[in-house]
Write a protein that binds this ligand. Structure first.
Ligand code: FES
Length: 116
């Protein structure tokens, strides 16, 4: 491959990943974590408009690995940076998988499993 960056983090800031889903805050948190965790300049982030996975957003794609994370929230970013970008380990719990769109986003408690 002929990539200009060691790793490239694409963050969807499109209309359905933005707003209440806070994709702009996710991008800001990536930049904060890049500094905090001392990532090299060869790791780059780019805001994108839409990956066509709106139902599952906010979405983040990391290249060259081709890993798609969905339902990402600002507090998840430090883990993605530490485990994936620095440690080379995929964050399994955030991996994109088709799910029932009516299901709560990743990280939300499933109301059917809450104690009564
Ligand atoms: S707006 Fe983010 S995937 Fe469509």
């Amino acid at each position: 491959m002929n990539l200009p960056f060691r790793q490239h983090v694409l963050i969807c800031t499109g209309p359905r990943c933005g707003g209440e889903r806070q994709s702009e805050r996710i991008r800001q948190e990536f930049r904060r974590q890049f500094v905090r965790q001392a990532l090299p300049a060869s790791v780059k982030d780019t805001a994108c408009i839409c990956f066509g996975l709106c139902t599952y957003g906010p979405n983040v794609i990391i290249y060259p690995d081709g890993v798609v994370y969905s339902g990402v929230r600002p507090p998840d970013v430090a883990e993605i940076v530490r485990d994936h970008l620095v440690g080379g380990r995929v964050v399994e719990r955030l991996l994109f998988k088709k799910r029932d769109p009516a299901a709560p986003p990743t990280g939300d408690a499933d109301p059917t499993t809450l104690p009564v």
